[in-house]
Design a binder for this molecule. Structure first.
Ligand code: GLU
Length: 428
Protein backbone atom coordinates (compact mmCIF):
# COMPACT_ATOMS: atom_id res chain seq x y z
CA UNK A 1 0.00 0.00 0.00
CA UNK A 2 1.04 3.63 -0.58
CA UNK A 3 3.67 5.11 1.74
CA UNK A 4 1.65 8.31 2.26
CA UNK A 5 1.48 10.22 5.51
CA UNK A 6 -1.15 12.64 4.19
CA UNK A 7 -4.05 11.82 6.52
CA UNK A 8 -6.78 12.08 3.88
CA UNK A 9 -4.84 9.92 1.41
CA UNK A 10 -4.46 7.42 4.27
CA UNK A 11 -8.21 7.48 4.94
CA UNK A 12 -8.96 6.99 1.25
CA UNK A 13 -6.38 4.20 0.89
CA UNK A 14 -7.88 2.33 3.85
CA UNK A 15 -11.38 2.73 2.40
CA UNK A 16 -10.34 1.74 -1.14
CA UNK A 17 -8.66 -1.41 0.16
CA UNK A 18 -11.84 -2.60 1.89
CA UNK A 19 -14.13 -1.32 -0.90
CA UNK A 20 -12.21 -3.63 -3.23
CA UNK A 21 -12.51 -6.59 -0.86
CA UNK A 22 -16.28 -5.96 -0.65
CA UNK A 23 -16.54 -5.21 -4.39
CA UNK A 24 -18.53 -2.09 -3.52
CA UNK A 25 -20.61 -0.43 -6.14
CA UNK A 26 -18.63 2.40 -7.87
CA UNK A 27 -21.44 4.92 -7.14
CA UNK A 28 -21.29 4.07 -3.47
CA UNK A 29 -17.51 4.58 -3.52
CA UNK A 30 -18.00 7.95 -5.23
CA UNK A 31 -20.20 9.02 -2.31
CA UNK A 32 -17.93 7.73 0.41
CA UNK A 33 -14.42 8.59 -0.81
CA UNK A 34 -15.12 12.34 -0.47
CA UNK A 35 -16.92 14.55 2.06
CA UNK A 36 -20.45 15.63 1.09
CA UNK A 37 -19.83 19.28 2.05
CA UNK A 38 -16.91 21.49 3.09
CA UNK A 39 -16.73 25.03 4.41
CA UNK A 40 -13.45 26.97 4.21
CA UNK A 41 -13.50 30.38 5.82
CA UNK A 42 -11.52 33.24 7.33
CA UNK A 43 -12.15 34.39 10.91
CA UNK A 44 -11.05 37.93 11.80
CA UNK A 45 -10.30 38.33 15.51
CA UNK A 46 -9.54 41.48 17.51
CA UNK A 47 -6.42 40.70 19.55
CA UNK A 48 -5.77 42.08 23.05
CA UNK A 49 -3.34 44.69 21.67
CA UNK A 50 -6.05 46.11 19.40
CA UNK A 51 -4.74 44.58 16.14
CA UNK A 52 -6.77 42.22 13.95
CA UNK A 53 -5.53 38.71 13.16
CA UNK A 54 -7.20 36.56 10.52
CA UNK A 55 -7.43 32.80 11.08
CA UNK A 56 -8.17 30.03 8.57
CA UNK A 57 -11.08 27.78 9.59
CA UNK A 58 -12.69 24.63 8.19
CA UNK A 59 -15.76 22.53 8.80
CA UNK A 60 -16.07 19.34 6.78
CA UNK A 61 -19.25 17.23 6.70
CA UNK A 62 -18.35 13.82 5.37
CA UNK A 63 -21.61 11.87 5.47
CA UNK A 64 -24.91 12.32 7.28
CA UNK A 65 -26.87 9.32 5.99
CA UNK A 66 -27.15 7.85 9.51
CA UNK A 67 -27.85 11.12 11.34
CA UNK A 68 -26.44 14.60 11.97
CA UNK A 69 -22.73 15.07 11.18
CA UNK A 70 -20.69 14.73 14.34
CA UNK A 71 -17.11 15.47 15.27
CA UNK A 72 -14.71 17.76 17.05
CA UNK A 73 -13.01 21.02 16.17
CA UNK A 74 -9.22 20.91 16.28
CA UNK A 75 -6.99 23.92 16.92
CA UNK A 76 -3.51 23.13 15.67
CA UNK A 77 -0.78 25.16 13.93
CA UNK A 78 -0.26 22.41 11.33
CA UNK A 79 -3.96 21.92 10.57
CA UNK A 80 -4.81 21.45 6.87
CA UNK A 81 -8.03 20.78 5.02
CA UNK A 82 -6.79 17.27 4.28
CA UNK A 83 -6.36 16.53 7.98
CA UNK A 84 -9.89 17.77 8.63
CA UNK A 85 -11.25 15.72 5.70
CA UNK A 86 -9.58 12.59 7.05
CA UNK A 87 -10.83 13.18 10.56
CA UNK A 88 -14.37 13.84 9.27
CA UNK A 89 -14.28 10.62 7.23
CA UNK A 90 -13.08 8.61 10.23
CA UNK A 91 -15.94 10.11 12.28
CA UNK A 92 -18.47 8.59 9.84
CA UNK A 93 -16.94 5.15 10.39
CA UNK A 94 -16.58 5.75 14.13
CA UNK A 95 -20.25 6.58 14.68
CA UNK A 96 -21.30 3.62 12.54
CA UNK A 97 -19.06 1.14 14.39
CA UNK A 98 -20.18 2.52 17.76
CA UNK A 99 -23.74 2.13 16.47
CA UNK A 100 -24.84 5.65 17.37
CA UNK A 101 -27.26 7.42 14.99
CA UNK A 102 -24.85 10.10 13.78
CA UNK A 103 -22.74 10.87 10.71
CA UNK A 104 -19.22 12.22 10.39
CA UNK A 105 -17.86 15.75 10.50
CA UNK A 106 -14.84 17.64 11.73
CA UNK A 107 -13.64 21.20 12.08
CA UNK A 108 -10.30 22.90 12.36
CA UNK A 109 -8.58 26.21 12.84
CA UNK A 110 -4.94 26.81 11.90
CA UNK A 111 -3.69 28.19 15.23
CA UNK A 112 -1.52 27.30 18.19
CA UNK A 113 -3.97 27.93 21.04
CA UNK A 114 -1.08 28.37 23.48
CA UNK A 115 -0.23 31.66 21.75
CA UNK A 116 -3.65 33.17 22.59
CA UNK A 117 -4.93 34.73 25.81
CA UNK A 118 -8.22 33.44 27.22
CA UNK A 119 -10.15 36.43 25.88
CA UNK A 120 -8.57 36.02 22.42
CA UNK A 121 -9.57 32.34 22.49
CA UNK A 122 -13.10 33.32 23.40
CA UNK A 123 -13.32 35.80 20.52
CA UNK A 124 -11.87 33.22 18.11
CA UNK A 125 -14.35 30.46 19.02
CA UNK A 126 -17.27 32.92 18.95
CA UNK A 127 -15.99 34.12 15.54
CA UNK A 128 -15.90 30.50 14.33
CA UNK A 129 -19.57 30.07 15.26
CA UNK A 130 -20.55 33.43 13.73
CA UNK A 131 -19.28 32.19 10.37
CA UNK A 132 -20.66 28.66 10.46
CA UNK A 133 -23.79 28.78 12.64
CA UNK A 134 -26.27 28.50 9.77
CA UNK A 135 -24.59 25.28 8.62
CA UNK A 136 -24.52 23.49 11.98
CA UNK A 137 -27.21 22.60 14.53
CA UNK A 138 -28.48 19.75 16.69
CA UNK A 139 -30.18 18.16 13.68
CA UNK A 140 -27.50 18.69 11.03
CA UNK A 141 -23.99 19.01 12.49
CA UNK A 142 -22.83 18.88 16.10
CA UNK A 143 -19.22 19.91 16.88
CA UNK A 144 -17.22 18.90 19.98
CA UNK A 145 -13.67 19.22 21.37
CA UNK A 146 -10.58 17.71 19.77
CA UNK A 147 -6.84 18.43 20.06
CA UNK A 148 -6.33 22.05 21.22
CA UNK A 149 -9.95 22.77 22.19
CA UNK A 150 -11.53 22.52 25.65
CA UNK A 151 -14.94 22.19 27.38
CA UNK A 152 -14.83 25.93 28.17
CA UNK A 153 -14.47 26.73 24.47
CA UNK A 154 -17.48 24.46 23.76
CA UNK A 155 -19.46 26.41 26.37
CA UNK A 156 -18.66 29.69 24.58
CA UNK A 157 -19.59 28.16 21.21
CA UNK A 158 -22.93 26.91 22.53
CA UNK A 159 -23.60 30.36 23.99
CA UNK A 160 -22.80 32.11 20.72
CA UNK A 161 -25.03 29.75 18.73
CA UNK A 162 -27.87 30.19 21.25
CA UNK A 163 -27.59 33.98 20.99
CA UNK A 164 -27.51 33.99 17.18
CA UNK A 165 -30.42 31.57 16.86
CA UNK A 166 -32.41 33.22 19.65
CA UNK A 167 -32.93 29.91 21.48
CA UNK A 168 -31.01 28.12 24.22
CA UNK A 169 -29.63 25.21 22.20
CA UNK A 170 -27.34 23.01 24.29
CA UNK A 171 -27.53 20.16 21.77
CA UNK A 172 -25.61 22.11 19.11
CA UNK A 173 -22.25 21.27 20.71
CA UNK A 174 -21.08 18.45 22.97
CA UNK A 175 -18.14 18.23 25.34
CA UNK A 176 -19.51 21.26 27.19
CA UNK A 177 -18.53 21.84 30.82
CA UNK A 178 -20.52 19.96 33.46
CA UNK A 179 -23.09 22.42 34.85
CA UNK A 180 -23.21 24.19 31.47
CA UNK A 181 -25.07 21.43 29.61
CA UNK A 182 -22.19 18.93 29.63
CA UNK A 183 -22.39 15.24 30.58
CA UNK A 184 -20.66 13.66 33.52
CA UNK A 185 -18.06 11.18 32.28
CA UNK A 186 -17.37 13.02 28.98
CA UNK A 187 -13.84 14.00 30.09
CA UNK A 188 -12.91 10.40 30.89
CA UNK A 189 -14.89 8.89 28.01
CA UNK A 190 -12.30 8.51 25.23
CA UNK A 191 -9.50 7.20 27.45
CA UNK A 192 -11.77 4.84 29.38
CA UNK A 193 -13.33 3.68 26.12
CA UNK A 194 -9.82 2.78 24.88
CA UNK A 195 -9.35 0.70 28.03
CA UNK A 196 -12.68 -1.13 27.65
CA UNK A 197 -11.54 -2.26 24.19
CA UNK A 198 -8.07 -3.19 25.53
CA UNK A 199 -9.79 -5.31 28.21
CA UNK A 200 -11.89 -7.10 25.58
CA UNK A 201 -8.90 -7.60 23.26
CA UNK A 202 -6.76 -9.07 26.05
CA UNK A 203 -9.64 -11.37 27.02
CA UNK A 204 -9.81 -12.57 23.40
CA UNK A 205 -6.03 -13.06 23.30
CA UNK A 206 -6.23 -14.90 26.67
CA UNK A 207 -3.72 -12.55 28.26
CA UNK A 208 -3.98 -11.56 31.93
CA UNK A 209 -4.22 -7.74 31.91
CA UNK A 210 -2.84 -7.42 35.44
CA UNK A 211 0.47 -8.92 34.24
CA UNK A 212 0.69 -6.53 31.27
CA UNK A 213 2.88 -3.53 30.70
CA UNK A 214 1.79 -0.69 28.42
CA UNK A 215 3.61 2.20 26.74
CA UNK A 216 1.46 5.21 25.90
CA UNK A 217 2.24 7.96 23.39
CA UNK A 218 0.86 11.35 24.42
CA UNK A 219 -0.35 12.84 27.68
CA UNK A 220 -3.43 14.78 26.58
CA UNK A 221 -7.01 13.99 27.50
CA UNK A 222 -7.08 10.54 25.83
CA UNK A 223 -3.66 9.37 27.04
CA UNK A 224 -4.25 10.54 30.62
CA UNK A 225 -7.46 8.58 31.08
CA UNK A 226 -6.11 5.61 29.14
CA UNK A 227 -3.20 5.52 31.63
CA UNK A 228 -5.50 5.86 34.64
CA UNK A 229 -7.85 3.20 33.26
CA UNK A 230 -5.05 0.74 32.43
CA UNK A 231 -3.72 1.02 35.98
CA UNK A 232 -6.93 1.34 38.00
CA UNK A 233 -9.41 -0.71 35.96
CA UNK A 234 -7.14 -3.41 34.51
CA UNK A 235 -4.50 -3.41 37.28
CA UNK A 236 -1.72 -3.31 34.68
CA UNK A 237 1.49 -1.23 34.65
CA UNK A 238 2.09 1.79 32.41
CA UNK A 239 5.82 2.31 31.88
CA UNK A 240 5.74 5.61 29.97
CA UNK A 241 3.81 8.47 28.42
CA UNK A 242 5.12 11.16 26.08
CA UNK A 243 4.47 14.84 25.49
CA UNK A 244 5.41 17.81 23.30
CA UNK A 245 7.67 20.20 25.23
CA UNK A 246 6.69 23.75 24.30
CA UNK A 247 9.96 25.31 25.45
CA UNK A 248 12.38 22.84 23.88
CA UNK A 249 10.17 22.36 20.74
CA UNK A 250 10.69 18.57 20.86
CA UNK A 251 8.75 15.67 22.33
CA UNK A 252 9.93 13.56 25.26
CA UNK A 253 9.08 10.15 26.63
CA UNK A 254 8.71 10.14 30.41
CA UNK A 255 9.21 6.67 31.84
CA UNK A 256 9.47 4.65 35.01
CA UNK A 257 10.10 0.92 34.68
CA UNK A 258 8.04 -0.05 37.74
CA UNK A 259 5.13 2.09 36.62
CA UNK A 260 4.25 5.76 36.18
CA UNK A 261 1.71 7.56 38.37
CA UNK A 262 -0.57 9.47 35.95
CA UNK A 263 -2.13 11.53 38.77
CA UNK A 264 1.32 12.75 39.86
CA UNK A 265 2.37 13.49 36.28
CA UNK A 266 -0.88 15.37 35.72
CA UNK A 267 -0.16 17.49 38.80
CA UNK A 268 3.13 18.66 37.21
CA UNK A 269 1.69 19.24 33.71
CA UNK A 270 0.84 22.78 32.57
CA UNK A 271 -2.38 23.71 30.75
CA UNK A 272 -0.77 23.10 27.34
CA UNK A 273 0.41 19.60 28.21
CA UNK A 274 4.10 20.21 29.00
CA UNK A 275 5.36 18.09 31.92
CA UNK A 276 7.80 19.74 34.36
CA UNK A 277 10.96 17.71 33.61
CA UNK A 278 12.86 18.70 36.76
CA UNK A 279 10.04 17.65 39.04
CA UNK A 280 9.64 14.41 37.08
CA UNK A 281 13.38 13.62 37.38
CA UNK A 282 13.31 14.38 41.12
CA UNK A 283 10.52 11.83 41.47
CA UNK A 284 12.64 9.15 39.73
CA UNK A 285 11.33 9.43 36.15
CA UNK A 286 13.65 9.06 33.16
CA UNK A 287 13.30 11.62 30.34
CA UNK A 288 14.13 10.16 26.91
CA UNK A 289 13.78 11.24 23.28
CA UNK A 290 10.19 11.50 22.01
CA UNK A 291 9.89 8.24 20.11
CA UNK A 292 11.34 6.06 22.91
CA UNK A 293 7.77 4.99 23.76
CA UNK A 294 7.53 2.92 20.58
CA UNK A 295 10.52 0.67 21.31
CA UNK A 296 9.60 -0.21 24.90
CA UNK A 297 9.50 -3.92 25.84
CA UNK A 298 5.80 -3.95 26.65
CA UNK A 299 2.75 -6.06 25.87
CA UNK A 300 0.50 -3.19 24.82
CA UNK A 301 1.23 -0.04 22.80
CA UNK A 302 -1.28 2.80 22.99
CA UNK A 303 -0.56 5.61 20.50
CA UNK A 304 -2.81 8.41 21.84
CA UNK A 305 -1.40 11.55 20.22
CA UNK A 306 -1.63 12.56 16.55
CA UNK A 307 -1.90 10.87 13.15
CA UNK A 308 0.92 9.13 11.25
CA UNK A 309 3.06 8.27 14.31
CA UNK A 310 3.51 4.59 13.47
CA UNK A 311 4.91 4.84 9.97
CA UNK A 312 7.41 3.22 7.59
CA UNK A 313 10.30 4.47 9.72
CA UNK A 314 9.06 3.91 13.26
CA UNK A 315 7.21 0.62 12.82
CA UNK A 316 10.47 -1.36 12.84
CA UNK A 317 11.23 -0.12 16.36
CA UNK A 318 8.25 -1.97 17.83
CA UNK A 319 9.49 -4.63 20.29
CA UNK A 320 8.85 -8.31 19.48
CA UNK A 321 7.14 -8.50 22.88
CA UNK A 322 4.22 -6.32 21.76
CA UNK A 323 0.98 -8.29 21.36
CA UNK A 324 -1.59 -5.53 21.10
CA UNK A 325 -1.75 -2.03 19.63
CA UNK A 326 -4.75 -0.01 20.81
CA UNK A 327 -5.12 3.15 18.74
CA UNK A 328 -6.34 5.92 21.03
CA UNK A 329 -5.39 8.56 18.43
CA UNK A 330 -7.12 9.09 15.10
CA UNK A 331 -5.05 7.67 12.23
CA UNK A 332 -1.84 6.90 14.16
CA UNK A 333 -0.79 4.12 11.75
CA UNK A 334 0.06 4.68 8.08
CA UNK A 335 -1.01 2.05 5.52
CA UNK A 336 2.67 1.17 4.98
CA UNK A 337 3.19 0.48 8.71
CA UNK A 338 -0.09 -1.43 8.79
CA UNK A 339 1.37 -3.99 6.36
CA UNK A 340 4.28 -4.62 8.72
CA UNK A 341 2.03 -4.92 11.78
CA UNK A 342 -0.28 -7.29 9.91
CA UNK A 343 2.62 -9.50 8.82
CA UNK A 344 3.95 -9.63 12.37
CA UNK A 345 0.55 -10.81 13.63
CA UNK A 346 0.15 -8.06 16.22
CA UNK A 347 -3.51 -7.66 17.23
CA UNK A 348 -4.80 -4.14 16.50
CA UNK A 349 -7.80 -2.34 17.93
CA UNK A 350 -8.20 0.21 15.11
CA UNK A 351 -8.66 3.90 15.87
CA UNK A 352 -12.29 4.48 15.02
CA UNK A 353 -13.28 1.51 17.18
CA UNK A 354 -10.73 2.08 19.96
CA UNK A 355 -11.39 5.81 20.50
CA UNK A 356 -15.14 5.81 19.90
CA UNK A 357 -15.80 6.40 23.61
CA UNK A 358 -15.58 10.18 23.28
CA UNK A 359 -18.22 10.50 20.60
CA UNK A 360 -20.36 7.88 22.30
CA UNK A 361 -20.60 10.00 25.45
CA UNK A 362 -21.07 13.06 23.21
CA UNK A 363 -24.11 11.26 21.85
CA UNK A 364 -25.29 10.59 25.42
CA UNK A 365 -24.75 14.30 26.13
CA UNK A 366 -26.99 15.26 23.20
CA UNK A 367 -29.65 12.79 24.38
CA UNK A 368 -29.53 14.30 27.90
CA UNK A 369 -29.75 17.82 26.42
CA UNK A 370 -32.84 16.80 24.42
CA UNK A 371 -34.50 15.25 27.48
CA UNK A 372 -33.29 18.04 29.77
CA UNK A 373 -32.59 15.27 32.27
CA UNK A 374 -29.08 14.27 33.34
CA UNK A 375 -27.62 10.90 34.29
CA UNK A 376 -25.11 10.10 37.04
CA UNK A 377 -21.50 9.46 36.12
CA UNK A 378 -21.95 5.76 36.97
CA UNK A 379 -24.90 5.51 34.56
CA UNK A 380 -22.94 7.23 31.79
CA UNK A 381 -19.82 5.07 32.20
CA UNK A 382 -21.86 1.88 32.44
CA UNK A 383 -23.70 2.71 29.20
CA UNK A 384 -20.33 3.57 27.63
CA UNK A 385 -18.87 0.21 28.66
CA UNK A 386 -21.85 -1.63 27.14
CA UNK A 387 -21.54 0.28 23.84
CA UNK A 388 -17.76 -0.21 23.57
CA UNK A 389 -17.97 -3.90 24.44
CA UNK A 390 -20.68 -4.46 21.82
CA UNK A 391 -18.76 -2.48 19.19
CA UNK A 392 -15.59 -4.48 19.87
CA UNK A 393 -17.54 -7.74 19.62
CA UNK A 394 -19.15 -6.80 16.31
CA UNK A 395 -15.72 -6.06 14.79
CA UNK A 396 -14.06 -9.13 16.29
CA UNK A 397 -16.89 -11.37 15.01
CA UNK A 398 -16.52 -9.87 11.53
CA UNK A 399 -12.74 -10.34 11.68
CA UNK A 400 -13.09 -14.01 12.66
CA UNK A 401 -15.85 -14.70 10.15
CA UNK A 402 -14.05 -13.10 7.19
CA UNK A 403 -10.53 -13.91 8.45
CA UNK A 404 -9.88 -10.20 8.10
CA UNK A 405 -7.40 -7.86 9.78
CA UNK A 406 -9.17 -5.97 12.59
CA UNK A 407 -8.96 -2.60 10.76
CA UNK A 408 -10.49 -4.09 7.63
CA UNK A 409 -13.18 -5.78 9.72
CA UNK A 410 -14.03 -2.46 11.40
CA UNK A 411 -14.38 -0.87 7.95
CA UNK A 412 -16.63 -3.73 6.84
CA UNK A 413 -18.96 -3.24 9.82
CA UNK A 414 -19.02 0.55 9.38
CA UNK A 415 -19.39 0.63 5.59
CA UNK A 416 -22.30 -1.86 5.70
CA UNK A 417 -24.23 0.38 8.10
CA UNK A 418 -23.59 3.60 6.17
CA UNK A 419 -24.42 1.99 2.81
CA UNK A 420 -27.63 0.55 4.23
CA UNK A 421 -28.71 4.01 5.48
CA UNK A 422 -27.87 5.58 2.10
CA UNK A 423 -29.90 2.88 0.33
CA UNK A 424 -32.85 3.29 2.70
CA UNK A 425 -32.82 7.02 1.98
CA UNK A 426 -32.64 6.39 -1.76
CA UNK A 427 -29.24 7.98 -2.29
CA UNK A 428 -27.60 5.03 -4.00
N1 GLU B 1 -12.88 14.63 18.76
C1 GLU B 1 -13.35 13.37 19.27
C2 GLU B 1 -13.10 12.26 18.27
O1 GLU B 1 -12.22 12.34 17.45
C3 GLU B 1 -14.79 13.43 19.76
C4 GLU B 1 -15.81 13.84 18.76
C5 GLU B 1 -17.16 14.11 19.36
O2 GLU B 1 -17.35 13.95 20.56
O3 GLU B 1 -18.04 14.49 18.59
O4 GLU B 1 -13.70 11.23 18.32
Amino acid sequence: MASTTNAFEMAQAQFDHVAEMLQLDPQVCEMLRWPMREYHFRIPVRMDDGSIRVFQGFRVQHNDARGPNKGGIRFHPAETVDTVRALATWMTWKCAVADIPLGGGKGGVVVDPATLSDSEKERLVRGYIQVIWKNIGPRNDVPAPDVGTTPQMMGWMMDEYSKLSGKYTPGVITGKPVGGGGSLGRTEATGYGVIFTVREALKHLKIDASKCKAAIQGFGNVAQYAAIGFIEKLKGTVVCVSYWDREDRVSYTVSKEDGIDPHFLHSITDQYGSINKDKAREAGYVIEPGDAWISKDVDVLIPAALEGQINGETVHKISPKVKLIAEGANGPTTPEADEVIKSRGIFVVPDFLCNAGGVTVSYFEGVQNDMNFYWTKEEVLEKLDTKMTEAFKSVLDMSLERKAYMRDAAYMVAIAKVVKAMQLRGWV
